[in-house]
Design a protein around this ligand. Sequence first.
Ligand code: BG6
Length: 485
Amino acid sequence: MAFDLVLFGGTGDLTWRKLMPALFQAWRHGKLPEGGRILAVARDERSDDEYRRYIHERFAAVEEAKQPTETEFAQFASLLHYRRMDLSQPEHYAGLKGWLDARGAETVVLFLATAPNLFPVVVEQLGRAGLNGPHVRLVLEKPLGHDLKSAREINRVVASAFREEQALRIDHYLGKAPVQNLMALRFGNALFEPLWRRDSIASIQITLAETIGVGTRGDFYDRTGALRDMVQNHALQLLTMIAMEPPPTSDADAIRDEKLKVLKSLKPFTPETVLRDVVRGQYRSGAAEGQAVLGYLDEQKVPPDSRTETFVALRTEIQNWRWAGVPFYLRTGKRLAARDAQIVVNFRQVPHSIFSGSGPANKLVIKLQPEDGLALHMLAHKGGRSSGGGPELLSAVSLDLDFDRAFATERVGGYERLLMDAIAGRLNLFVRSDEQEQAWNWVEPILEAWKNDSSPPRPYASGSWGPAAASALIARDGCVWAEEA
Ligand code: BG6
């Protein structure tokens, strides 16, 4: 299947850090369909060869396992092309159309990896130039909007030129193998689904913890904050996959319909519940992975009086028959103690114990990164006899699965998977506009309440697990975060 992939923002960070390495890996794994061309588009003048050199140099900054050898790069580079475009000029889009039409590939994927404020202009121009035929797919990178209003505006512009099934909104977490595995775990096994409800589950925790700070992205991050950067998209997408009803089929819309229902069932926040159930924090100096690091307010391009949150912990509920009353705790932050993305499903205690003490309840830990695995925590009998003939004492044991090990050769990176899906037209792992708007709709009262609240985010030391208030939030329900258990 011949395809043309056009990368708008072809010299930008996302392109060389993530997209090119992912495309190279796909090529190396023999997954990139034959006859493909990759066209990078950016403002400055350069030839194809100059662009190839530009990308070649940048591969040095990519993790070693993903770096091409000279021979590999020479072959991969023959797919790369470059075109200068001023994105405000209609004739430049006409030129691009001419370039694409001259070959008439079966599939054209237009990937917007530019600054998001350019999306409306580019999309409008693509429509006017007729670069929106049925064989064209448009890929939109996050952030898609800053709030519900701006997200709707982007969706309106996109819908005026493209049909919904042509618009692929990326949430790169959905491309991660362990995240796709959530569906397999729930709907490919008979074991969990009967227990996957309020009768057996006491609470669910989703943690997306990072050790990195904001790095060089201070200006972007300061306008964004953790709620918009991680909760509105990645954390909520994970929550929908954990909580959704079984879809009737694996079709993209069947899955997305169920995810949307979860988002619509999330308990809406009020100004009072935001104060009670949402904790925001901001990192101070401390240590990250053994190195002394600056506090957020001392980071480059961050105003010294910034009130932007770098940490959020919140408690919510899903108002439906399956989940009523079960607390869902979400937590994400930068400069935390460990890089750790995981979901913890805490089961209820046995209704009556014949053993000594109650012991910890069963717990299923779904590890998303850095490890990809599953641990089921249970109680078991160690053997031997208890002293004095009283009730037996049970010991905690866990059943561990390591998917990195089990599927070592088959695991592909998130962007690799998403790019290949975009080229093949598989929409399952892309976010539909109504899901995205509903997610904004749910976070909006939090943003609103923070705007009207003069108190600053709670400070926490880099290298800690966030402000103490996050532990207090969950302790109110008699729970503790996974690392405190
Ligand atoms: C991005 C956020 O969407 O996800 C970043 O903008 C964050 O701030 C990143 O660091 C985390 O992704 P990953 O794949 O490293 O967990």
